[in-house]
Design a protein around this ligand. Structure first.
Ligand SMILES: C[S@@+](CC[C@H](N)C(=O)[O-])C[C@H]1O[C@@H](n2cnc3c(N)ncnc32)[C@H](O)[C@@H]1O
Length: 358
């Protein structure tokens, strides 16, 4: 049986027509007749079927979860079972009889790197792909967008003064100390928040987006990312949040983006919002220094913003391993994906047996 949360994840992804169609279009461009294709995390098998239809001689569809059983049925019903080999297990644990010309992997989390796409892809590049293999996606770019979160939305995210007073009137309890809690970075975890950016169409942006990380999966060594970039404010307002979103590339072209204002109602990703409990007043022309980290050993990303010299740490997932994989969101932060970080990709490979094929 496939766990309900897993089914819901696949429903959400297939309902995201922009995502799925963008991948399908990139796959049909990347796959050439006679290719060997590796589809890591095949899920329902949708991309493996597309690769077979694009002319692949052989598709290896790898899936660790129980959804693999459904994929096998779809391969048969869609008449591609003779060219698609389903392997149930972790890609990092399997070996293939031949190296692949094309890699397909849709392992982009809500926190974009949280599904360990860097480590999993690197492992495939080293062991399972030909040296000049084509990757879908080949690159991910991660952007930060400084914003003003509207008051009514902010009140859902953090201990805001107005809302504490409202609670006091409801419950006759003095909640004011929670303001201090909201300010202290050690409790940032409380404020790690994710939003479907389709919901923030009316929010105010304070500068153009800033490129915070660019990972070329073919060349990435899986090291820590630590980058500071400057955004120049193009609007005056209260800076109280940074939205993190991504763009995916294949063949040097961007084929998918969760950029706010561009996504449609079908978008299923929830983008991290780094909430700033004490808003920073920003004037047009101010220079905002935004620093982004990704730690491969924990799989956790964070960011910080500085205006002038004072660093202000924004809410992230520090201190505990709650990963923004999409399955963990559906399972209330404790999804089946309990291994964290790219480091665990290695450990899994070393110490885990591949589950038996279906
Ligand atoms: C985000 S879903 C994508 C499913 C399908 N490719 C699609 O786009 O509709 C990712 C799938 O990859 C599987 N997965 C994640 N890491 C994997 C790995 N290293 N090896 C095999 N399967 C993996 C998960 O169980 C999940 O079903």
């Amino acid at each position: 049986m496939v766990p309900a949360d897993t089914i819901q994840l696949h429903v959400n992804m297939l309902n995201d027509r922009t995502r799925t169609s963008a991948y399908l279009a990139s796959i049909s461009k990347a796959v050439r007749p006679g290719d060997v294709v590796l589809d890591i995390g095949t899920g329902t098998g949708v991309f493996a079927i597309a690769a077979a239809r694009a002319g692949a001689r052989q598709v290896y569809a790898i899936e660790a979860g129980r959804i693999a059983k459904a994929a096998r049925t779809l391969f048969r019903v869609n008449g591609v079972a003779d060219r698609v080999t389903l392997i149930r297990g972790w890609s990092t644990c399997i070996t293939l009889p031949e190296r692949a010309d094309v890699l397909i992997a849709e392992l982009i989390g809500d926190d974009p790197l949280a599904e360990q796409v860097i480590g999993i892809t690197r492992d495939a590049v080293m062991r399972l792909l030909k040296p000049d293999a084509r990757l879908v996606p080949s690159d991910i770019k991660i952007f930060g967008l400084p914003i003003t979160i509207p008051t009514d939305e902010l009140e859902k995210l953090t201990f805001a003064r107005d809302v504490l007073q409202k609670w006091q009137s409801w419950y006759d309890i003095d909640f004011n100390p929670l303001l201090k809690v909201a300010r202290e970075s050690s409790t940032n975890l409380l404020f790690g928040h994710y939003i479907n950016v389709y919901e923030m169409r009316a929010w105010k942006t304070l500068s153009p987006p800033v490129l915070l990380a660019h990972v070329d999966f073919q060349r990435s060594r899986g090291f820590r990312i630590h980058r500071t970039e400057t955004a120049t404010a193009t609007a005056t307002g209260a800076l109280n949040g940074i939205i993190i979103y991504f763009e995916l590339q294949a063949n040097s072209t961007t084929f998918l983006s969760t950029r706010p204002f561009l996504v449609d109602a079908g978008n299923h990703w929830f983008s991290p919002v780094r909430v700033l409990s004490n808003p920073i007043p920003v004037q047009i022309g101010d220079q905002l220094q935004i620093t982004y980290w990704y730690r491969p050993w924990s799989g956790i990303s964070e960011c910080e913003v500085r205006i002038g010299t004072e660093p202000v740490r924004l809410a992230g997932n520090r201190g505990r391993r709650i990963l923004a994989t999409r399955s963990s969101r559906l399972a209330g932060s404790r999804g089946p994906n309990f291994f964290t970080g790219d480091l665990f990709v290695k450990l899994r490979q070393k110490h885990w047996q591949t589950p038996s094929s279906l």
